[in-house]
Design a protein. Structure first.
Length: 300
């Protein structure tokens, strides 16, 4: 159905189905006619052919995606929206609606069922409460996905897309850069949503890399170090890592020096390469400490 971003169409539609917005599900629907066509063009729907949409709402973005892609699978948690979606998307035979919680579903199985092993892009105007955890899931699970294009809060967009080693960076910026090439595509004011939220938004696109941006031997250790370094932002990274990982400060300091990083550095000044070198150095420190304990026990 056309006109899904027009309040004169939306209001009677919501009334017809007795729909009430759920704040808990982050239901702020797009009512700016220029935004969805732009997202549908930039997300790679036409190039990849397969789109997984999360949270279609009343189908305003789904409709535009269906015009570009061969197949769209849309996962919606709120079952009250399904009768309404059947009406608004009745002229889109290439859309499959799936009821479920995108945070809990087996997304690999879903992609395989819907797209038969072909690659896809993910597209969503996300409820803010699942932004970071869902993006991290999509990246970490190494799904057959080429790009993730999502509308998020403006501040979250900046945090997600900023380069590690800059002031606004955080653990999530490092993780995003490890797996993808992120970009803020355009900003969307709060007035483009109904009901209008208290904050502005931005659309970001993460193009997934074929292999991670830096080589690390132990990915688990790499991410532990990234999280630990940012856990106590006001402290030096040495202190934050040592407190969070429960390692001796002297051992952590040694690892920083071995990785060529100043012992006074703060997490936000560390680049991805620094975290990789640090992870490896800390692993060596740990192995060394374990070997020392073992040999001490042998000599008893
Ligand atoms: N795409 C629509 C638009 O742009 O107008 C709706 C966006 S609205 C911000 C978020 C949508 O995600 C809502 O329809 C909400 O019910 C749905 N949603 C919330 N949590 C979800 C989850 N865990 N899994 C799937 N959908 C979810």
């Amino acid at each position: 159905m056309q006109g899904l971003s027009d309040l004169r169409v939306i209001r009677p539609l919501l009334e017809k189905y007795g729909f009430r917005f759920s704040k808990a599900l982050g239901q702020n629907f797009l009512v700016d006619g220029s935004v969805c066509p732009k997202i549908a063009s930039l997300c790679g729907a036409a190039e990849t052919g397969n789109v997984l949409e999360i949270g279609p709402g009343i189908g305003v973005l789904t409709y535009e995606l269906a015009r570009k892609a061969q197949r769209v699978a849309a996962v919606e948690l709120d079952r009250r929206l399904f009768p309404l979606l059947s009406e608004t998307l009745s002229d889109c035979p290439n859309v499959r609606l799936i009821e479920g919680d995108a945070m809990k579903m087996d997304l690999r199985a879903l992609l395989s069922e819907q797209f038969g092993g072909e690659r896809a892009v993910v597209c969503a105007n996300l409820p803010y409460y699942i932004t970071s955890p869902l993006i991290m899931r999509l990246l970490e699970e190494r799904l057959p996905v080429d790009a993730v294009t999502v509308m998020v809060q403006k501040e979250a967009a900046e945090r997600l897309c900023t380069e590690p080693g800059t002031r606004a960076s955080g653990a999530v910026s490092a993780a995003v850069r490890y797996f993808s090439e992120p970009e803020i595509l355009f900003r969307v004011g709060r007035g483009s949503f109904y009901p209008s939220p208290k904050v502005d938004s931005a659309v970001i696109r993460l193009r997934l890399l074929e292999k991670p941006a830096v080589f690390v031997e132990d990915e688990g250790m790499f991410f532990r170090v990234v999280r630990a370094a940012f856990a106590q932002r006001r402290k030096t990274a040495v202190n934050s890592v040592s407190n969070t990982l429960g390692m001796r400060k002297e051992a952590v300091r040694e690892a920083f020096l071995a990785a060529g990083i100043s012992e006074n550095a703060r997490a936000e000044s560390l680049r991805l390469e620094d975290f990789a070198a640090l992870g490896a150095a800390l692993q060596r420190e740990r192995n060394g400490a374990e070997n020392e304990t073992e040999s001490a026990e042998c000599h008893r």
